[in-house]
Write a protein that binds this ligand. Structure first.
Ligand SMILES: Cc1cc2nc3c(=O)[nH]c(=O)nc-3n(C[C@H](O)[C@H](O)[C@H](O)COP(=O)(O)O)c2cc1C
Length: 228
């Protein structure tokens, strides 16, 4: 039943993807990897927005805290949906934001889940594949909390998110995943990236949408321990 629902809904996504949605991913190439812009600039996808997360209030068990407490919203987005959620989270938190940019970016053909030979399908079949990332987070050590966003692909996080988590030392950092999808629940979509970062402190992830209100976002962020 779940599979039937996903297939039915996937037809509408395919139409949507074919109707120029891919342009969002292509526009990423217009931005120089590693660029920084000030908080509030939501135009550039491939950027790190600079800004400290406000920290006040009482402590919660397991929450990283201290005067240098800093959050990074890191995300991969092939067609722009997860980008919208990530930008909303970064706005609510006044945090830095970083887009995991694929090298090369995914074309519409790459994302064709009906084609067993498409790039996405091949990556899904072979979990040892680590798609290349075009850009890098400057000084990951400055962050105490990293929120990792991705679109759900066949129920799990795309392999490029594994490339991302293997590229840095997350020892002792607080991590939490957020995901977008057409119909799939968050489920255990973060399982693989959790297993790759056993020394991080993982919080419960959540499926979010770009239409979620700030209050919905804050509810999840409260559970992660980064807002009151
Ligand atoms: C290769 C591929 C596989 C997907 N698999 C699923 C899935 O299993 N369940 C689902 O609900 N949506 C699935 N989707 C849809 C995406 O999760 C959804 O459109 C997502 O919001 C796209 O985010 P993005 O624009 O940030 O890439 C898939 C999309 C692609 C391209």
């Amino acid at each position: 039943m779940k599979r039937f629902l996903w297939i039915t809904l996937s037809v509408s996504v395919l139409v949507w993807t074919g109707c120029g949605h891919q342009g969002t991913a292509e526009s990423v190439t217009d931005v120089v990897p590693g660029d920084t812009v000030t908080p509030g600039d939501t135009e550039a996808g491939n950027t790190a927005l600079k800004g400290d997360m406000p920290l006040d209030g009482e402590s919660e068990p397991g929450v990283v805290e201290g005067p240098s407490h800093k959050v990074l919203v890191a995300y991969f987005s092939a067609t722009g949906v997860t980008r919208g959620v990530a930008q909303n989270l970064a706005r609510v938190l006044s945090s830095d934001i970083y887009e995991i940019v694929a090298d090369p970016v995914y074309s519409a053909a790459d994302l064709d889940w009906n084609d067993p030979n498409s790039r996405a399908s091949r990556e899904h079949e072979d979990h040892s594949i680590r798609p290349k990332i075009a850009n890098h987070v400057e000084n990951m050590s400055q962050y105490d909390v990293v929120l990792i966003g991705y679109p759900i692909w066949w129920g799990i996080a795309p392999q490029i998110v594994s490339t991302f988590v293997e590229s840095y030392d997350f020892n002792g950092k607080t991590l939490a995943a957020f995901a977008t999808s057409v119909s799939s629940a968050f489920g255990s979509s973060d399982e693989a990236i959790r297993e790759l970062t056993p020394t991080a402190v993982w919080k419960t992830g959540q499926r979010l949408t770009s239409g979620d209100s700030d209050e919905v976002l804050r509810d999840w962020l409260r559970g992660v321990g980064v807002v009151e």
